[in-house]
Ligand binder design. Sequence first.
Ligand code: AMP
Ligand code: MG
Length: 306
Amino acid sequence: MSSVISSHNPDAVSRAVGVLNAGGLVGLPTETVYGLAARADIDDAVTRIFHAKGRPMGHPLILHISEISELDRYAIEVPLPALTLAQQCWPGPLTLLLHKTEAVSSLVTGGRETVAIRIPANECARQIIKQCGNAVAAPSANIFGHVSPTSAQHVVSDLGDNVDLIIDDGNCSIGVESTIVDFTTDQPQLLRPGGFPVEDLESIIGQQILMPTGESRASGMLASHYAPRCRVVVAETIDIAKRALSDYGNARILDHWDNSPLYAASLYTQMRQADEDGMEAVIAVFPPKSGLGMAIRDRLIKASFL
Ligand code: AMP
Ligand code: MG
């Protein structure tokens, strides 16, 4: 069994730093989902992330830093709007895709010349990264393609012994992954809607963030991802969802259409719970597209893809 320590334990930060510096893996709480962290400058540790998750090596990892002053160690040619977002939105659920420096191993970027970077808002996570003295690479701490973990228990049940230490900081406050914006193209592109609403980002930079073009660059852009074992069916309204219920022997409705923050914070827990309860299907009512609704709709569509 992997060991779990409360974030309130005074030894939590130093134990996590010890594990990371020895090339181990730490289940790291963030405001979006729990991450599976390794020091980004230890190639063996980064390789362990891919093995633990069953994640294809070509799928790049997000670098997590603790201070904006660390940005130029890992990224070059940062455009002004990207810097503006970093200054105004970090720490927070926003990941910027930028051109990488030599300091970033190509293992982290899946061989690409670009790197995805963010500063998580979770205080314990930031302390760990800061004291580690190097950025950590951290994808979500789940088996590849499965539902992301939003509690320490979810990490234990997905990864068990494959993670050396898990920091338990309770449930993630946002509950869906970060918004990823690509600033390496002529105009910024939205690679993944997430915890930071895109319309808020657009109003900060006074510029439109376009839908992505070209080949899929984020694993969140795969057609099927974030999926529980049971079927996920999406419905535009609660009435449609209720009618769909009778198509299944054993199904339940997910519906917080009037409260997207609550919907996001409970979505993955509810999907995992449905599996634990042996549900055949969950029927999820779409929230409105604004705010966190865009990310929730995106995850529901990907989870529903057969
Ligand atoms: P996760 O799967 O939760 O680790 O989410 C990380 C996301 O960031 C994935 O969708 C990655 O593909 C994406 N990402 C990280 N680095 C890059 C990169 N250099 N280019 C494109 N996407 C990236
Ligand atoms: Mg993931």
